[in-house]
Design a protein around this ligand. Structure first.
Ligand SMILES: Cc1cc2nc3c(=O)[nH]c(=O)nc-3n(C[C@H](O)[C@H](O)[C@H](O)COP(=O)(O)OP(=O)(O)OC[C@H]3O[C@@H](n4cnc5c(N)ncnc54)[C@H](O)[C@@H]3O)c2cc1C
Length: 459
């Protein structure tokens, strides 16, 4: 028997006969990639559909003893290649560990398994009049474990914070098979170093998250929606910065460019194409004047028109249009979505610079994103299978990150490093910090079996 067969035999024995351990190549293929088109993937040995924390721990202990790499997987909706299979690896899917273990409306917390879909948690807690706020556009199908491991953002995180701001405690199975618990059930807690937030955003490189305690909030009601049309994406970005500077505290502040609007319109006609760029903002406070202050900020920054509405149907339509941005661009060809983040004062320079990069490299770039927190999604669209185009796409992708760095920004605001931004992350962090982070990794995963090569080759 070769090494892989030895490992599989050991794993089957350790897990027991009823474990859902798959080696069928056709199933393995469909669990070997996430949604990043340019990320490479290897061939795994097997896929385990874990059903309990104990199974995760046993699988990790066995893989650690055999030196087999482990790739944790939620829904595979990631955009950085972080859940892609590595040659000779074991994929551990958490999708069947999807139970809600507890909802406590007095303590305002919920305890869940990692494979629970984000929206399913929000629906369940809504019965108690509460909300789980982190709202990635993939919330209908991405898992809370994946959201924790990428520290996912979303539209309302501008006002309410990213996933990590809503996580109170985690259980994590380490490479050795030991399960540790970090954080507290309380809403505050400062005892010891903050290990909890080491695991938030770790992209599966430090251990597998097996249980999550989240903070619950009051449900939000959108009270006013603003939409403003502009002749240029630069003006739209300046207006978005002005809205933020105006002290109105929008709960959503998004921007879309002409390419993106045309893609949405071609899919679902909504009369959006009269505009070269659009700003959408929402307000969930009682202050009626907030949306009017935002209208004024738009008009003062070159808006052709700007209107605020309190009609819930308008709000739903505009948000639907924004949520369609990525799938609408996907309909035009292969897409490489970026998620760079710049200081608020630099958004206009970023978007104008990205337009220049598109022209210089002769590539189509649709631009949309969270203008309220500087996290933009320049999305490069190209013909599927066109190798020449891929070279141009990669150049444009690198140039967008370099531009972001020159503006004091960061290579990833929410999607993570995965396997597609390792060199950008190493450049951004510098040797000293990368070295320190590798030392931290070796404490939790001395044999470097946890998603090796991901997150700037951590390990
Ligand atoms: C249409 C679309 C819209 C999107 N919108 C947003 C958005 O608005 N905001 C945003 O932030 N992202 C967005 N994303 C990206 C993606 O949905 C998020 O990164 C999401 O958090 C990934 O969750 P997942 O369950 O699919 O995880 P996966 O893609 O399966 O995994 C992501 C990473 O986490 C690791 N991982 C997964 N589960 C665990 C676990 N239990 N323990 C340890 N490691 C684990 C994996 O190894 C991998 O490195 C979008 C993606 C798509 C396709």
């Amino acid at each position: 028997m070769d090494q892989a067969q030895d490992f599989l035999a050991d794993l089957s024995t350790a897990l027991g006969l009823d474990a859902i351990l798959i080696t069928d190549p056709s199933v393995l293929v469909s669990y070997s990639r996430d949604q990043a088109p340019t990320a490479t993937n290897g061939r795994p040995i097997a896929l385990l559909f874990a059903r309990a924390e104990a199974e995760v721990a046993i699988a990790l202990k066995t893989a650690n003893a055999a030196g087999v790499a482990v790739v944790p997987r939620g829904a595979g909706s990631g955009l950085a290649g972080g859940a892609n299979a590595i040659d000779g690896s074991l994929i551990i899917s958490l999708e069947r560990m999807n139970a809600i273990l507890e909802i406590d409306s007095v303590d305002r917390i919920a305890r869940v398994e990692p494979g629970l879909v984000n929206l399913d948690l929000d629906k369940a807690v809504s019965e108690y009049g509460l909300a789980y706020l982190p709202d990635p556009a993939s919330r209908d199908w991405s898992t809370i474990g994946g959201n924790v491991s990428t520290n996912a953002g979303g539209m309302c995180c501008l006002k309410y914070g990213v996933t990590g701001d809503h996580i109170l405690a985690l259980s994590v199975a380490l490479a050795s098979g030991e399960v540790i618990r970090v954080g507290t059930r309380t809403l505050k807690g400062v005892v010891g170093l903050d290990l909890l937030h080491l695991f938030v955003g770790a992209e599966g490189t430090l251990g597998i998250v097996t249980e999550i305690t989240v903070r619950l909030a009051d449900r939000r009601i959108e009270r006013a929606t603003l939409v403003a049309n502009f002749d240029s994406i630069g003006d739209a970005a300046r207006a978005a910065s002005a809205i933020r500077a105006g002290g109105t505290s929008p709960s959503v502040l998004e921007i879309m460019d002409r390419t993106t609007l045309a893609a949405v319109e071609a899919w679902h006609p909504m009369g959006l194409t009269q505009s070269t760029a659009l700003v959408i903002a929402q307000f969930d406070t009682e202050i009626d004047s907030a949306s009017q202050i935002a209208v004024t900020a738009c008009l003062a920054n070159g808006a052709i028109d700007a209107v605020a509405s309190t009609d819930p149907a308008d709000s739903a339509d505009l948000l639907a249009a924004r949520k369609m941005a990525y799938p609408a661009l996907e309909r035009l060809g292969a897409v490489l979505l970026d998620d760079v983040c710049v200081p608020l004062s630099k958004i206009a320079e970023l978007v104008v610079g990205v337009e220049r990069i598109a022209l210089a490299n002769e590539v189509m770039i649709g631009m949309f994103g969270h203008a309220g927190d500087g996290n933009m999604h320049p999305t490069i669209v190209y013909e599927r299978g066109d190798e020449l185009a891929v070279a141009k796409v990669n150049t444009a992708f690198r140039e967008i990150i370099a531009l972001t760095h020159s503006l004091g920004g960061t290579a990833s605001g929410e999607h993570g490093i995965g396997s597609i931004k390792c060199s950008a992350a190493e450049f951004e962090l510098g040797d000293r910090i990368v070295g320190l982070q590798r030392q931290i990794k070796s404490v939790f995963d001395p044999n470097s079996i946890m998603n090796p090569g991901r997150k700037f080759s951590l390990g």
